[in-house]
Design a binder for this molecule. Structure first.
Ligand code: ASP
Length: 303
């Protein structure tokens, strides 16, 4: 039976591990056009992205396409959202068309949990306000498993930057401890989580880098800040919290580097890092397709 996929904490760890195993198998054949997964039942997925997206939206579409599903895409700019229709009404209307599921990205105002009990088709979280981005956390874990040969327990990962506004961090906080990782946070005081139990808090970039095996840089989420971008001193932020090649080389040359994208170059991340072999950003992006294919199969009970 199909069911919604909204967060990681309510999914048994064994199921998440199964998703990761299937994702790994898919990732091994990802670039082989001859090999597509067996299409058990063609489905129609609706894509309702009320917030901007590049990687998540396109990789979900590609994953869906690889499974032989059809996609219908809500184009915000030409939809009735511009006439004031609410995202909630939009979702009910999409479900009424006889589709099989809705991949949704929205802000915190929409209560996907409650809606999932009212709407007749599964909702798949593709980024929900600050609350969570479960497929991002899974694709990050898959990337680490590949890089670290599945030795995740005991690894130390530090999340750097705008942690409090990050749904990516929220989902990781639901998953990484279960997998035995230690989690650190390096952030300005006002961007640290309110309840930092189980998290090691750093104020100094070099100390955080020395401590970790993985430096996970987060985008500064300007769109979720009350104040305007021009109140933000990006130069000062970059000098304290930005990840640079030099800082990495000095503090911890063996640390891996991750970022969920999109990147604010020169604000949280030095562009040069992208070409560094320690930087896993494009591997993360590629794994997005495999993980989303596995998650869609899971949602529709196909494995
Ligand atoms: N792409 C990720 C998200 O949608 C990260 C980000 O936007 O900063 O949450």
């Amino acid at each position: 039976m199909a069911h919604s996929f909204l967060d990681l904490k309510s999914i048994p760890l064994t199921d998440l591990q199964k998703i990761l195993t299937i994702s790994q198998t898919i990732s091994q054949n990802l670039l082989n056009p001859e090999i597509q997964r067996n299409l058990k039942s063609p489905r129609v997925l609706a894509f309702a992205f009320f917030e901007a997206s590049t990687r998540t939206k396109l990789s979900f579409q590609l994953a869906s396409h690889r499974l032989g599903y059809q996609n219908i895409i809500l184009e915000n700019a030409s939809s009735s959202i511009t006439k004031g229709e609410s995202p909630k009404d939009t979702l009910f209307n999409l479900a009424a068309m006889g589709i099989d599921g809705i991949v949704v990205r929205c802000n915190d105002d929409l209560d996907l949990q409650t809606l999932s009990a009212q709407i007749s088709v599964p909702l798949i979280n593709a980024g929900w306000g600050k609350r969570g981005h479960p497929t991002q956390a899974l694709l990050d874990v898959l990337t680490l498993q590949q890089k670290l040969k599945h030795k995740l327990a005991g690894q130390k990962i530090v999340f750097i930057g705008d942690v409090v506004h990050s749904r990516v961090a929220s989902s990781h906080f639901e998953l990484l401890h279960q997998l035995g990782l230690q989690i650190g946070v390096l952030a300005p005081e006002s961007w640290r989580p309110a309840k930092p139990s189980n998290l090691k808090i750093f104020a100094d970039r070099d100390q955080a880098l020395e401590w970790c095996n993985v430096a996970y840089v987060l985008r500064v989420q300007f769109e979720r800040h009350d104040h305007q971008k021009n109140n933000f001193d990006s130069k000062n932020y970059f000098s304290q919290f930005g990840l640079t090649l030099e800082a990495l080389n000095q503090a911890n040359p063996s640390a891996l580097v991750m970022h969920p994208g999109p990147i604010n170059h020169g604000i949280e991340f030095e562009e040069k890092l992208l070409g560094d072999p320690r930087c896993l950003v494009y591997q993360q992006v590629r794994n997005g397709v495999s993980v989303r294919e596995a998650v869609l199969s899971y949602v529709f009970g196909e494995f």
